[in-house]
Write a protein that binds this ligand. Structure first.
Ligand code: FES
Length: 119
């Protein structure tokens, strides 16, 4: 099991356990936090962005690296749809439905990271 702590300006801090390998965006949303995922978890929108207080993975999927480099944002935040839960992770959720005023978080991300994000 992985232990996740999620913090944000629009919800109470939550710490919870999820199965190793769960996509981080789905773990966060599964706690009732209204994190955005406007592209459905395909590393295209960056609205699932988080910053890490601890436990940041060193590796990136190809899709995450490509997107963050394209935007010039590499090193500023990570894409929670491209990260699998492991160990202890403490994150700040940076964009929510509440903070953005949007009334739709986006299409539900699949359980697995899409193949086209891996290469
Ligand atoms: S980049 Fe769009 S949901 Fe992660």
């Amino acid at each position: 099991m992985a232990t996740i702590t999620a913090q944000g300006e629009t919800f109470e801090t939550q710490s919870f356990e999820v199965a190793d390998g769960t996509r981080l965006v789905k773990a966060i949303e599964g706690q009732g936090i209204d994190i955005l995922h406007r592209c459905g978890g395909h590393a295209k929108c960056t609205t699932c962005r988080v910053s890490f207080n601890s436990g940041e993975p060193e590796s990136y999927t190809a899709g995450e690296k490509r997107k963050l480099e394209d935007k010039g944002d590499l090193g500023d935040y990570r894409l929670s749809c491209q990260i699998l839960c492991a160990g202890e992770m403490d994150v700040n959720v940076l964009m929510t439905m509440t903070s953005s005023g949007l009334d739709d978080a986006g299409p539900e991300p699949a359980d697995e990271i899409p193949d086209d994000n891996l290469s």
